[in-house]
Design a protein around this ligand. Sequence first.
Ligand SMILES: NC(=O)CC(=O)C(=O)O
Length: 264
Amino acid sequence: MIKLALIQIKVHKDKNINLKRAEMGIKEAAKNGAEIICLPEMFNCPYDNNYFVKFAETYPNGDTIKMLAKAASENNVFIIGGSIPERYQDKLYNTCFIFNQKGEMSGRYRKIHLFDVDLKGMRFYESDTLSPGSDITIVDTGKIKLGIAICYDMRFPELMSLYAKKGVQMMVIPAAFNTITGPAHWEVLLRARAIDNQVFVAAISPARDETASYVAYGDSMVVGPWGNIITKAGIDEEIIYADIDLSIEEEIRKRIPLLKNRRM
Ligand SMILES: NC(=O)CC(=O)C(=O)O
């Protein structure tokens, strides 16, 4: 059994408040026995292109990055650091930093598929400020092999199946769906990705804030490899926990051997 915690927090316009809230959440989750702790997409920064530019940080000296490293070592936990705007050379990325129990960075994933959409009532182009990443990121905690994707990435099944083919046992997906796409697609996509790859899927959203320019959906959840919802948050701030039992995944893969039966 591996104890997982998803921290669904509200994102404020003040970065320091976001860091404090995340730090407190990590501490509480660790106290409750969580070994792997996950934060939401853009947890330190409003989901807004202007803020991405203003709040961007560079590894290793950014305030958020230092907080995550310290929180991981102080609480002896593995942290999947949601995502933050990262400045690297002359570009910005939507990046997830991952830290092990020693506070060492054990992975960095840059969102590959940028959210460029024009919905009725909402236009959002991440590519106005961000550049896409190009590499998948697999992290072995010693107990479980994790694959990282960010939000819009979950709509691209070939990315998830690439991870499954490489032996990933759980996808961790910091995300910020919204009140238009969330009710329509969030749960369906997460359950579908879990079923078609026979993996656990953990998706972590910010809490809903109706006053924000982009209203995140909430509903963070952990789905099992059978497509069953193991645990699910509401729309407000909350920490949810799941016990991950890899023998269930092994059993499902044995009974319906998709990886073996695959022909393309
Ligand atoms: N914000 C995203 O990257 C994706 C999203 O909201 C959606 O796909 O819907």
